[in-house]
Design a binder for this molecule. Sequence first.
Ligand SMILES: [Zn+2]
Length: 446
Amino acid sequence: MLVINGKLITWEQPNQVMEGQALLIRDGLIAEVGPQAELIARHPDIDRLDAHGQYVMPGNICAHTHFYGAYARGLAIPGPAPKDFPEILEKLWWPLDRALRMEDVRASAEVMLVDAIKHGTTTLIDHHASPNAVKGSLDTIAEAVERSGLRAVLCYEVTDRNGRDGARAGIEENVRFIQSKMTNRRSRIAATFGLHASLTLTEETLEACREAVPQDVGFHIHVAEHEVDEYDSLAKTGMRVVDRLHRHGILGPRTIVAHAIHVDARESELLAESGTWVTHQPRSNMNNGVGVAQVESLMRLGVPVCLGTDGFSHTMWEEWKTAYLLHKVWNRDPRRMNGMDVVAMGVYNNAALAGQFFPGNPLGVITPGAQADLIFVDYHPHTPLTAGNVPWHIVFGFHESMVTTTMVAGKVLMRDRELLTLDEEDITARARQQAPGVWERYNAQF
Ligand SMILES: [Zn+2]
């Protein structure tokens, strides 16, 4: 296939904005980037996908999300409003994930995948929990991802909050799913080992996870999202959370730590020294009132910080905008969180992280040999858009509703806003039909 009449934003390093260039897509990859007339002359009979002057750029990557959170939308939390993050966990997330049956796991994933395709997010790193439907839940999600055509990294959040058997079931689900994914390296679905958070994990369970994890596989865990995670760890072990995880061999260049808001200086160093990935979710952090991760400092220390949505709508540019604005107001300094820092997280670090799970061909960049994961953006700026000022066009001008076409591995998943792999109407109707049941099971726990 030839992608023609697009203005390319390549996200190479350094970034390039190019006009008059076409893309030759073959076997799921960008085979060639070259002058359009020349590529058309050499491939006169090949299918063409006309971008009609839109921007063509790599699809967005979400470094941390929860598909299972879909049924939280519009849900009324009974009683007084939660006053802090521990209460949000106890009153919202834990009863909600216990209310999910397997069909709700499927519906949540489908709803989120529709949302991702429409908003131009082509790779998602999910963190799943459904304590009353553990076994096979990752396969259920994987089936939905498979049908959607998107790319995803899946895991199950192991936790001790549902007893020993619950923890064991989570470990087994991770191991089983990881092993099933290890055989097919060309798959669009990869696996990692999920852990909920230090505050819901005993020493015994952490040890069991370390023993169970297959070689060369890392972990995906929430860390220091609220102070309670640190104080719980100190009370249980005398160590802060990152020290504790380090002692258990959980950190490393294949491990993802979500949030890292309340880590101290030594914990930050440990994250840097071990090459652990940190993901930043500013919208979620603001919503939960948990504080602001010092991600500029972490990046200065050499920690690769990525950007995720934590299950908010898969609108990555919304997350960019929030990051861009939040650090300015938090520090009362408009020089903080430069647009290039947002790009470092949202583009380059996210692509490098995703690349760990899909090795071989680069992700998140337009260059020969890269995965053909692309979006078309119907944006027509009234000022010059250059390789250097793209971040500010995105922060102040782009909206995810401008995404008209989404492609993953050379396959078009949405063309001119028409979804080609998933039936949105059907998926939404089914999810809505199941919602009263989920909410009823949620409310029955109070
Ligand atoms: Zn999360």
